[in-house]
Design a protein around this ligand. Structure first.
Ligand code: ZN
Length: 109
């Protein structure tokens, strides 16, 4: 996982949230010494790449509510599972990141 993968501030926050969530999921689901494992790294990089390429960048809330489902089906299924698992746990482990994420999700135009 390259650390300087993300450039602008917003991307960084969203990318960080995804990374933390996937790591949480990986730790509990994959037998991995230092999560994320290779498979999960791929998922994180994929998710970040999708955020970067999102055509709705400006008006977008979060990918969960995005109307253009840009994730390919297999990845989408995987990320959904991660979100479902890590979502409630995130609030405890990373309240600030989660709050930002939720606030962003509520911000509708
Ligand atoms: Zn994993």
């Amino acid at each position: 996982m390259k650390e300087n993968y993300l450039s602008d501030k917003e991307l960084e926050t969203e990318g960080k949230t995804i990374k933390v969530m996937v790591e949480l999921y990986c730790r509990d689901h994959h037998d991995c010494q230092s999560p994320p494992c290779a498979e999960c790294c791929e998922l994180i990089e994929y998710a970040i790449a999708r955020i970067k390429q999102c055509p709705l960048k400006e008006q977008r809330t979060t990918c969960g509510k995005c109307e253009i489902h840009c994730y390919k089906p297999a990845m989408k299924k995987q990320i959904k599972e991660v979100m479902r698992y890590a979502g409630p746990r995130m609030l405890k482990a990373h309240p600030l990141l989660t709050a930002k994420h939720i606030l962003k999700g509520m911000k509708k135009k």
